[in-house]
Design a protein around this ligand. Sequence first.
Ligand SMILES: NC(=O)C1=CN([C@@H]2O[C@H](COP(=O)(O)OP(=O)(O)OC[C@H]3O[C@@H](n4cnc5c(N)ncnc54)[C@H](OP(=O)(O)O)[C@@H]3O)[C@@H](O)[C@H]2O)[C@@H](O)CC1
Ligand SMILES: Nc1ncnc2c1ncn2[C@@H]1O[C@H](COP(=O)(O)OP(=O)(O)OP(=O)(O)O)[C@@H](O)[C@H]1O
Length: 407
Amino acid sequence: MMEKFLQQSMDTDEKFYRFEEQRLKIEDKRREAEHARELQMLQMLGQMLAGISSSVSQRSQSIPTSPPRRANHRSYADNFNYNAMTATLSPPIVIERSFSLHRTHTLKDMENIFQLVRNVIPPLTGKKHKGQDGRIGIVGGCREYTGAPYFAAITALKVGADLSHVFCTKDAATVIKSYSPELIVHPVLDSPNAIHEVEKWLPRLHSVVIGPGLGRDEVLLENAKGIIEKSKVKGIPIIIDADGLWLISQQPSLIQGYQRAILTPNYMEFSRLYEAMLRDPVDSSDHHGCVLRLSQAMGNLTVVQKGERDLISDGEKVLVCSHEGSSRRCGGQGDLLSGSLGVLAHWAFIAGAEKTNGQNPFLVAAFGACSLTRQSNHQAFQKFGRSMTASDMVSEVGTAFNKLFET
Ligand SMILES: NC(=O)C1=CN([C@@H]2O[C@H](COP(=O)(O)OP(=O)(O)OC[C@H]3O[C@@H](n4cnc5c(N)ncnc54)[C@H](OP(=O)(O)O)[C@@H]3O)[C@@H](O)[C@H]2O)[C@@H](O)CC1
Ligand SMILES: Nc1ncnc2c1ncn2[C@@H]1O[C@H](COP(=O)(O)OP(=O)(O)OP(=O)(O)O)[C@@H](O)[C@H]1O
């Protein structure tokens, strides 16, 4: 009886995967045709620009053979130099399906990227001092939203950062402190010299996460803008989430071309950004193309489009993370993602090209953070089902991390 049931279940699986494989092949063909069309248009555009001015013509001639220049991933203090033009016209478009629905490829490709994530995790040794494995700053937290910055900051610690700072409004600070004695909370975000107060800490921070629970108050958004500008000058990796993305959709040039930034939009935030940058609505039949185009339009910075499947792109590749989570969609899950990404982005950034096998470290970090969030969700859902909350996910981060990256 049991054998028959298992056989039937395997047959059904087999049929499903065969069907999915066919569907993916058709989808790939359609995308290839679309990319060929895009390349043709880009070439025409390059020719048109060549005729406009000599300086533009020099740039457009060099573009077809050279991919966008990457920021040096080794030192935060290095000067940053990026030519936004190269992103708009960059031709090397490679779609990488890291997690296709075809079983054999799925496991192999997923495993390869997991291995890269494992490579960048710093070893725990007796030789380090406090702070060396990560000092992360979260900019957000106002009267309405105190949970979001807490979730991001505590997740950063649970992933393995040594210190987690929250820069929030005065109102929010006591509340956030009361959630956790582990967090360092600065009640400065609505003070008259907020930017300066945060800037003082920047030399000691390895990455900043801007936006969880920031709200949309004009003064707070203006202060967040100043903090982004100061962080850019210092070359610090910046993760922008939630209301930080609202700010970027109003003023994309604030982060455009800064390749040490990672944007983590949910469905709504992605649509807003896409429309602001591409002047077109999102094409719901081509999610890969949309995330690729948004990343290119932003100057090849890393974009993580969260959803049923997370799509991660740096304008050259698209990674897909469909690691099993659950159907429970309680608020706060994106905050866990941005907090864990703060740490992983720092680790991947300093790890060096040999550890990431030459891959963009921020793609590797984003894949790690998405998988970890989904795994935490999965484990918490197994225990609590419909009553699961973001706090339950936070409790699972440690075991989820061990399961994915340390076994
Ligand atoms: N405990 C706390 O403190 C928490 C605080 N948080 C903080 O809240 C702040 C605001 O963040 P946000 O994401 O709610 O704002 P926003 O972008 O306006 O989106 C809302 C609109 O988008 C829509 N919508 C969303 N997803 C969609 C989808 N997949 N598909 C389709 N539609 C979708 C949805 O539409 P609706 O379903 O209501 O019609 C809704 O209208 C921010 O600071 C954040 O950090 C949270 O982190 C949670 C925990
Ligand atoms: N339909 C889905 N199925 C499975 N996982 C999902 C689904 N939608 C989102 N997720 C996962 O949940 C996490 C957070 O995504 P979500 O879209 O909820 O972010 P958010 O709206 O910014 O969250 P927050 O409530 O913190 O603001 C991501 O890791 C994403 O992969």
